[in-house]
Design a protein around this ligand. Sequence first.
Ligand code: ADP
Ligand code: ZN
Ligand code: ZN
Length: 755
Amino acid sequence: AKEIHQILDDNPIVTETQLQHWNWIAEYYMCTIGEVYKSALPGGFILESETIITSQKDFNPLEIALTDEEYLVYEALQTQSALKVQEVVSILNKKTILPVINRLIAKNAVSLQEEISEKYKPKTTRYIRLQPEFLQESQLSELMELLSRAQKQREAVLQYFQLHAAEKKPVTVKKLTEAGTTAAVIKSLIDKGVFEEYFLEEDRVQFTGSGNAAFNLSEKQQGAFDEIKASFDKHAVTLLHGITSSGKTEIYIRLIEEFINSGKQVLYLLPEIALTTQLVVRLTAYFGNKVAVFHSKYTNNERVETWQQVLEASAKAQVVIGARSALFLPFQKLGLIIIDEEHEQTFKQQDPAPRYHARDAAIVLANMFGAKVLLGSATPSIESYSNVNAGKYGYVALKERFGKVLPPEIILVDIKDKYKRKRMTGHFSDTMTEAIAETLALGKQVILFQNRRGFSPWIECMTCGHVPQCPQCDVSLTYYKYKNQLRCHYCAYHIANPTHCHQCHSTDISSKGFGTEQIELELKTLFPDKNSWRMDQDTTRGKHGYEKIIDSFKNREIDILVGTQMLAKGLHFDNVGLVGILNADNMLFQPDFRAFERAYQMMVQVAGRAGRKEDRGTVLIQTYNPLHNVIRQVTENDYEGMFKEQIYERHNFKYPPYFRLVRIILKHKDYEKLKNASLWLHNVLMQHLNNIPVLGPEEPGISRIRNEYIRAIMIKIPPGAALGNTKRTIGKILESLDAVPQYRSVKVTVNVDPY
Ligand code: ADP
Ligand code: ZN
Ligand code: ZN
């Protein structure tokens, strides 16, 4: 044990509940408590240390002689209790000060210490005011008389009065200098004791709302609202199953109002940072500066500020809007957690650990506070809906769009048939092109969905069949026409697009499949005088990339917006007449037990962007499989049917919510070593986990990334098995793998409830 060196905070910056919750996360998601702390605490709390120089009390310069340089440092320390290294540099006016300091230490005149401080520095503003004595009329006129010989200073005082009278609030130094007073004049007035400067802390992020009166809830909304409140009396968690555009947000707003009026804090979780902008505008309109926002695009300092406001249960952070990390804030009086678009996979953190699911971790947190949870979705996750069926969650349905707008009409286009009858131009069927033209002619906008970026996912030599692969990863390279490059989506590798095959030198190379870039280009020839734009990971980099596109689309500067799943996420546009899904099939056929669930959710959500105000919208789905069950469920809006089919499969094939999955990923550059380590691990797991299926080790779909080979082991924990014990056993076995010398360098990650 070491001695306490310095006390940093008067009060703890974390609460007991947080520690309890973080322990739960570490245990449930099988990671270290350090990993949880690291991702929970904003970087602004990271400590910095600095060397400082202090004087030794009993040193007497009369007894031990000091050189001139040494004396300068010693003297400075008589007025200041400590000096930073940088300050000594400026006192001595030279760079190499270490010899001087070392001699002072040797003479026992000074000593060195580490001072630790937080990176976070509050933002302060410099203000100026008149010394109080001049508030008396007589003193003031005396002063002005005195200053008549210093015109500039006299003007400065007059300017101060003017500003003070005009703005009726404290005067900042900045304002005064902007009005024409120089810094030198201000300084001399401070020196004379006329002005006095002072500093005030300031919020970095400020929201000002108009405090608009809330909308009146429609009859259906009011009904749902009442049902939710009744459900809260019986259930800790309630699912609001409201179709797209049914007006869920307005219901949330009423609930928030009730909870904050009773003195509680509310957390509003969203799957995507990009969505917060629209919501912040809507919420601040009602709640003004009671709203705080917390997510990773905010700076460290901004996040520390919100942290402190939540910790103090300050009026400024009664409602916190955030992405999953907002779950780690130091709530004091949490009363309600809203999880909007609860079915979204982005709530599950992938890398690094903790690989937690924010929805599930939120339910645990709410339980610690005795708080309520409202899950909202038009397409609930299989997990949540089955919890409703099991009676664990309350359930409220809202099956009508706000304003009685009809849900969009969904039309299927069989592209197998269209290709046969030569009715395709590029990837557009004649039905699609005509519908786009008609929609645009009516002054409405179009959204096109293709869940792949780039021009085409691979290119192929038509002579020998060669497909260029990433040399570091086990994937084909994506072709980007605009940049004329082949790029890897898993690492930074990219090359110029080859003019001939590297295997057989043939020049007959063809691109296969299609992504958003190709669609955008085709649109430019199909609708040359219309403005089409693309929204995907490649066009939305940068802090405001996403917002810019959303704004231009809202302002109708863009006629046709092509995008990936980013478009499917709770965005609200008024003027979209048509949504086109260019290829439904590549969503359906993915090697994932959630593929059908996800395809259903994605299609319904994208479709939901059509016709949200006044008129009914249209959705066109191009597919090779118009008879596929999931496609039929989408067109018939048959959530129940989709759920029944999926839950049956989950049950039959031992998947969640029946079986709990733990996936272990092993990685190493040495293929043999990886193979042996994963066989070893698989064996030991089999020996110790009785009656629990341990699958693998298998090569995953992409079995090498950045030159590291990958193996996966999947453990399926049956409903009856003791979850905690099983995980502890797995944890111990992983530790024993790490104890085998030749396997120590194998990287192992554990993912509980993987997505
Ligand atoms: P959801 O989140 O269920 O898809 P929204 O909350 O975005 O639906 O609501 C859809 C549209 O209806 C929005 O434009 C919203 O402003 C509007 N709206 C919802 N409820 C009301 C209301 N009570 N009064 C007026 N407009 C409303
Ligand atoms: Zn070839
Ligand atoms: Zn790569």
